[in-house]
Design a protein around this ligand. Structure first.
Ligand SMILES: O=C(O)CCC(=O)C(=O)O
Length: 139
């Protein structure tokens, strides 16, 4: 979902934004207030259970600009969120519980990849919202 100009290429597919659902817009405004950001788009991911996962990647698409800020709101089943440094291989493991808000900023996307690994013990569903600012094209 997002403002009308916010098309976004994700996993090789170009997505046109759905219009804002009023509740999602309200959440976005609240996150913008908390993080002092100008998010104009959100990706909503649904994980039915711990078998559903997301592989290693960085959110470094050109439409996000340099050093993008990305906020991630988790609802439902607690899941792990792994970070791996691209050069050093250092890994970090975070737990994203219901209602947690994670802000990735600075050079995080340049130097780190992240993933949501499978989790055999996770039987409940999880919704994740990642808020992004899609930069307006200038040409
Ligand atoms: O579900 C998550 O916590 C991560 C989602 C993610 O990595 C993404 O949307 O790029």
């Amino acid at each position: 979902m997002g403002d009308p100009h916010c098309s976004y290429k994700y996993s090789g597919v170009l997505f046109e934004p759905e219009p804002w659902h009023p509740l999602v817009k309200q959440l976005t405004d609240r996150v913008n207030q908390l993080c002092q950001t100008r998010f104009n788009s959100v990706l909503l991911n649904w994980y039915a259970d711990g078998q559903q996962h997301m592989g290693w990647h960085s959110d470094d698409e050109p439409e996000l600009g340099e050093n993008p800020q990305i906020a991630s709101l988790s609802l439902g089943q607690q899941r792990f969120f792994d970070l791996k440094h691209k050069n050093l291989g250092t890994q970090l493991k975070l737990e994203l519980g219901h209602g947690s808000l994670l802000l990735m900023a600075g050079q995080c996307q340049q130097y780190w990849q992240h993933r949501v690994p499978k989790m055999a013990a996770a039987t409940q569903g999880r919704i994740n919202l990642t808020f992004r600012e899609i930069k307006q094209k200038t040409t």
